[in-house]
Write a protein that binds this ligand. Structure first.
Ligand SMILES: [Mn+2]
Length: 339
């Protein structure tokens, strides 16, 4: 058993009869948000459950190849919002996957808070909020998808993990540990990956889809950013890029196209922190990466209304790019970049 027996028992009881289930994940769902949720949805459907998967915002085009995305209920537009709200209000159980703060759900946060359903959290981020009656929260997991597999194994139902379920979970696991490169690539993560491949996930296919096939304009945008936009400060220990709305338009960027760019700046020898700022219509979206003991989770929480993991976090800024840059450069003083 990987999780407390009493929690697994409670989950078993919840799923003992057919229920109306809603799975919800965080806004701007990434590979793990979609992969863990869709994998879990397929598993629950095999258990004869009635399952809807609700996303607070649209998923990006570059992840639309994942099996099951077409059935996602997106909380956008009048009809979409109405449907998502109705599903959440009517649900018996709401599973909250890959987030632990209701603020990551747009307007759905309040709706979920007041919904009568039993709420179950499955998440691997730090400092979970207290809104669920059953909580699976463990920061030692590389991904929510890895947790979902271990929960299924604790339920003794790995036999229900078919090819599409395995591949969805594999997408979540592999994208959240940078295809087995980040410090969260633990023995357990590799064991779960092995089990998922044994059950039909295709590592080469997933890697091609995520890492190796870009639209031409996206790759040219990466080149432009690295050549023209990359700045190095603090004796070369911090690399960052700030991209404007005009540049996003110029390169016809679609949602998700800047995914991974923050890791490129991170390749420079000596860089300990990498940051990527993107000027969205309603906010500046920020991604952080760090090495070793430098904690960008705390950094993002303290200065940029965000958080995540010690070495990979996100945040936002509601002031303009220029002021955000100034704030960022000042905030860097709080990090120990010397060691
Ligand atoms: Mn995750």
């Amino acid at each position: 058993m990987k999780f407390p027996e009493s929690d697994i028992y409670k989950l078993k009881q919840l799923l003992a009869s057919r229920k109306k289930i809603v799975i919800v994940t965080h806004r701007n769902p990434d590979g793990d948000a979609l992969g863990s949720s869709l994998g879990f949805k397929f598993f629950l459907e095999k258990k004869n459950q009635e399952v809807d998967f609700v996303s607070p915002t649209a998923y990006t085009q570059n992840l639309s190849w994942i099996q099951g995305t077409k059935d996602i209920l997106v909380n956008e537009g009048e009809a979409g919002k109405k449907l998502c709200e109705a599903k959440i209000k009517a649900a018996d159980i709401i599973f909250c996957l890959d987030f632990n703060a209701l603020s990551r759900l747009e307007n759905l946060g309040e709706i979920i808070k007041s919904a009568p359903a039993e709420k179950v959290m499955i998440d691997h981020h730090q400092q979970p909020e207290d809104f669920a009656s059953l909580v699976f929260s463990n920061v030692s997991y590389c991904s929510t998808a890895e947790m979902v597999y271990d929960i299924i194994a604790d339920l003794d139902e790995e036999n229900l993990v078919d090819e599409k379920t395995a591949e969805c979970l594999y997408v979540g696991l592999a994208t959240d540990n940078g295809f087995f490169q980040f410090s969260n690539t633990t023995a357990n993560a590799l064991q779960v990956a092995s089990a998922l491949v044994a059950r039909g996930a295709r590592p080469e296919y997933v890697s091609e889809k995520v890492n190796n096939i870009f639209r031409e304009t996206r790759l040219r945008f990466f080149g432009y950013c690295l050549h023209e936009k990359l700045k190095l400060v603090k004796n070369g220990s911090v690399a960052y890029m700030m991209i404007t709305q005009a540049e996003i338009k110029k390169f016809y960027l679609q949602g998700g196209d800047s995914e991974g760019l923050v890791n490129y700046a991170f390749k420079i020898d000596g860089v300990k922190v990498s940051a990527y700022f993107s000027e969205e219509p309603d906010r500046i979206k920020i991604s952080f990466r760090s090495r070793g003991d430098i904690d960008v989770n705390t950094f993002a929480r303290t200065f940029f209304e965000g958080g995540g993991h010690k070495n990979a976090a996100g945040g936002k800024s509601m002031i303009n790019l220029e002021m955000t840059e100034k704030k960022f450069l000042e905030a860097l003083e709080s990090l120990n970049l010397k060691s």
